[in-house]
Ligand binder design. Sequence first.
Ligand SMILES: Nc1ncnc2c1ncn2[C@@H]1O[C@H](COP(=O)(O)OP(=O)(O)OP(=O)(O)O)[C@@H](O)[C@H]1O
Length: 229
Amino acid sequence: MLSLALSGVSVSYPGLSAPVLDIPALSIVAGSRVAITGASGSGKSTFVNIVTGLERVRNGTVAWGGMDLVPMTERSRDRWRGAHIGLVMQDFHLFAGLSALDNILLPARLSRALATGDRDRAMQLLDAVGLSRADQKIETMSRGEMQRVAIARALLRKPGVLIADEPTASLDSDSGETVVRLLIELSLSNDSTLIVVSHDPRLTGRLDRCITLAAGRITADVQRQEMAA
Ligand SMILES: Nc1ncnc2c1ncn2[C@@H]1O[C@H](COP(=O)(O)OP(=O)(O)OP(=O)(O)O)[C@@H](O)[C@H]1O
């Protein structure tokens, strides 16, 4: 599991009067489970892009376990992300025509990083997310099942951090509940720090901490004990 330390991070675009993300300092403890919430346009996706290294910041520090992504080249950031971050995107990013198992293994295959034991681990992860048909074609699965495949895929490399962007947004209540439970349980059993972008109170209310963004700034940062109080 990895800790995150941001300092002096600011993202601006030409023509805009204020930065779309402006975080003077933020720490996330290794192994904690954190929700990022906020209205549309508040900077949540920008935050995910910055902390995953998908988008580069020119100033400040974005350090995971002491490793600062800011001075890295795009190629190094891509390599680092592949090894340390499991990403679960809202629209799944799964491939039709491939089975659940092959979808889980595909990123490792594409980056020529498929290791001995990955197939067994993928099978174990399918079991852990409650899917028994490894050979089922992805396009025949329900949305909740697809999201569970995406979670299994994100965990294949035992990432130090699992990041999910609106993972329950397009799911019905039962499937959403299953996904919430799996994200929490599996981040714990896989030793991953969990960061979830969500508006869903079923999710945000069950994590250790909830950070609210508004106009690119942190306007609330509440620990779970305080939330329950
Ligand atoms: N490349 C860009 N150029 C100009 N403005 C941008 C660019 N990318 C993002 N923005 C602006 O930055 C702000 C934050 O966007 P961001 O996508 O991070 O918000 P969000 O909280 O994820 O929103 P949503 O919940 O609707 O996905 C928005 O006002 C958006 O219009």
